[in-house]
Design a protein around this ligand. Sequence first.
Ligand SMILES: [Fe+2]
Ligand SMILES: [Fe+2]
Length: 154
Amino acid sequence: MSDPSDLSVIPDRVEWSERLLVGVPEIDAQHKELYRRIDRFLRALSARKGKSEVLPLMAYLDDYIREHFAAEQQMMELSEYAGLGDHMAEHHFFEEEYRRLCARLDGEGATPALARELVALLVDWLDRHLESTDRAFGAHLSRHRARLSRRPSA
Ligand SMILES: [Fe+2]
Ligand SMILES: [Fe+2]
């Protein structure tokens, strides 16, 4: 039987790295902050901090998820990005999953199974989202900005 207190699935450190670059400075800066908050949250979990410490970090991460997704949505709208609907659907999935896992964490505490699901979402899923979905949007936005800067001013 697995040890009910084994949270070793949580990585020692979660860090943004250059392989996650999307090429738009403000998006990359937001991703760095997002990963910092994920790291703080997961490290509090793996250190078995009590609810009084973990729940505020969970909410602190939630705030930034909202803020970052809203910022990307606004940039997609302003640049008339054709992939907006699919991209938003991914954000929606992530937010729903995150809140579902947070509710479980609040209710049952940190179990190995829940830690695995959190890592699958906050590390694996998010890495893939940055490497494919955000990068595709980043390329579109860079092209869009280059076109705007070449446009003669009226
Ligand atoms: Fe993003
Ligand atoms: Fe995104």
